[in-house]
Design a protein around this ligand. Structure first.
Ligand SMILES: Cc1cc2nc3c(=O)[nH]c(=O)nc-3n(C[C@H](O)[C@H](O)[C@H](O)COP(=O)(O)OP(=O)(O)OC[C@H]3O[C@@H](n4cnc5c(N)ncnc54)[C@H](O)[C@@H]3O)c2cc1C
Length: 404
């Protein structure tokens, strides 16, 4: 167990500076182009892979840090650079987390590297839970996985909605109902290996923000995968289903929920990076822009807005660092992961909107980045648990009651 400290180690400070350089020199200048093109920014992700920022080694290094702070520090800098390209760099991490959270050590070794490829041949991963009729309510998944005992294969059918890297990923991790009567406790996660027949990309969504990140439907039509693609293995699943049938509940978290719990502070760090980026632009602008004969920051209404932005950003970072540390050191006690994601996402939306206001007409155009940052910030109150779902999780944790 490591002590909680706000002092980053020399290594963490080096990582922060190294990523900041990439964010400043490569991501920021390319951000508007990829937002306009609304395409996956392959050349930028390849550059990130070449310097070792996108890839299995970087993830393993961040994951092995006992303080838990390397990941949020890194992610804040990436998203300071740009939310859309940031998501393109981070999107595979969800699939990797789904495999690490539910798979055996052998499955982790086999599949996680395939979510990234290497610097010369970049690959992606996708984590497929949401469906057209099941987003927040992940216990109602309709995608079915049926075991074909004679062939030791799983047959999967269904449609997944809003999937980051859906259809363009090398490895898709799919959460499906094995026993729908057991709702969330009757679900399992499967790896769909590259090139598996029956998996295809459905519609590609046109989005409000994070446009450089690819989001699509994933259609699963009689997809057959070998038994070894069931994450955690058949024995563990059978035992879990038996317990759920006997007791009505196992007390174990659903597979998708386990992944989301572990990744929430990281998603908070994404929102934090966008918020800080917009705040810094607004602060510089407010010192430079003269109206009525003085810099606009000399007006309390502008200066106090900036004071609030700075305070909320720091509060978000403290919540994220606490949650990230707890995730590695003893686990969450009072929904601290949800608190951090909830506060950081709402802060990012407010801060980026205030930044537009401070920049006035310039803020509303594409010239100063803050308009794009506002659009990119908004997704954080929606994916990986909406703000309402975070409040529900927190309310249940603090009350001990099943608040609906
Ligand atoms: C760009 C993007 C990328 C995404 N990437 C992925 C991905 O990679 N993998 C994946 O599996 N999914 C992904 N998603 C899906 C995302 O996680 C869902 O959209 C999200 O969970 C919300 O589900 P929903 O859209 O069905 O909304 P709904 O669940 O229908 O919610 C609609 C509204 O009702 C509210 N609401 C619902 N239930 C309650 C309740 N009990 N109490 C109070 N309010 C409630 C919600 O907060 C929301 O405001 C992505 C979505 C987007 C837009």
């Amino acid at each position: 167990m490591s002590e909680f400290s706000l002092n980053l180690t020399d290594e963490q400070l080096q990582i922060k500076d190294w990523i900041h350089e990439f964010a400043k020199d490569v991501m920021r200048p390319a951000a508007q182009e990829w937002d306009d093109r609304e395409e996956f920014p392959w050349p930028i992700v390849q550059e990130a892979a070449k310097i070792g920022l996108y890839g299995i080694d970087f993830i393993m290094n961040a994951m092995s840090d006992k303080s838990g702070l390397t990941m949020p520090v890194a992610v804040e800098e990436i998203f300071w650079g740009d939310g859309g390209i940031g998501m393109a760099i981070m999107g595979s991490g969800l699939a990797a987390a789904g495999i690490s959270g539910n798979g055996t050590p052998e499955q982790v070794i086999e599949w996680v590297p395939q979510c990234y490829g290497d610097a010369n041949d970049v690959k992606l991963g996708a984590f497929c839970v949401s469906e057209p009729d099941a987003g927040s309510d992940v216990s109602s998944l309709r995608t079915r996985a049926v075991y074909d005992e004679a062939k030791d294969e799983w047959v999967i059918n269904g449609t997944k909605a809003w999937i980051t890297n859906g259809g363009i990923a090398n490895v898709h991790v799919v959460v499906a109902a094995v026993d729908p009567a057991l709702k969330g406790r009757g679900q399992a996660s499967f790896v769909i290996p590259p090139g598996t027949k029956g998996l295809s990309q459905g519609q590609k969504y046109q989005k409000h923000g994070i446009k450089a990140s690819h989001t699509s439907e994933v259609v699963l039509d009689e997809v057959r995968v070998p038994g070894r693609c069931l994450l955690g293995g058949k024995e563990k699943l059978d035992a879990k289903l038996a317990r759920a049938r006997e007791a009505g509940r196992t007390g174990e978290a659903q597979p998708a929920m386990k992944t989301f719990e572990a990744t929430r502070p990281t998603v908070g760090a994404q929102a934090l990076g966008i918020a800080r980026g917009a705040y810094e632009i607004a602060l510089d602008y407010a010192k430079e822009r003269v109206a009525f004969g003085k810099p606009i920051i000399m007006n309390q209404s502008i200066a106090f807005k900036l004071a609030n932005m700075a305070t909320q950003i720091d509060a978000a970072r403290l919540l994220i660092w606490r949650a990230s540390w707890l995730a590695r050191n003893g686990g969450f006690k009072n929904a601290e992961g949800s608190m951090s994601k909830y506060h950081a996402s709402e802060t990012a939306v407010r801060v980026t909107e205030d930044a537009i206001q401070i920049l006035g007409g310039y803020g509303y155009t594409r010239e100063y980045h803050v308009e794009r940052m506002h659009r990119d910030a908004k997704i954080h109150t929606i994916f990986e648990g909406t703000s309402e779902i975070q409040q529900l999780v927190i309310a249940r944790a603090i009350s001990g009651l099943r608040v609906e």
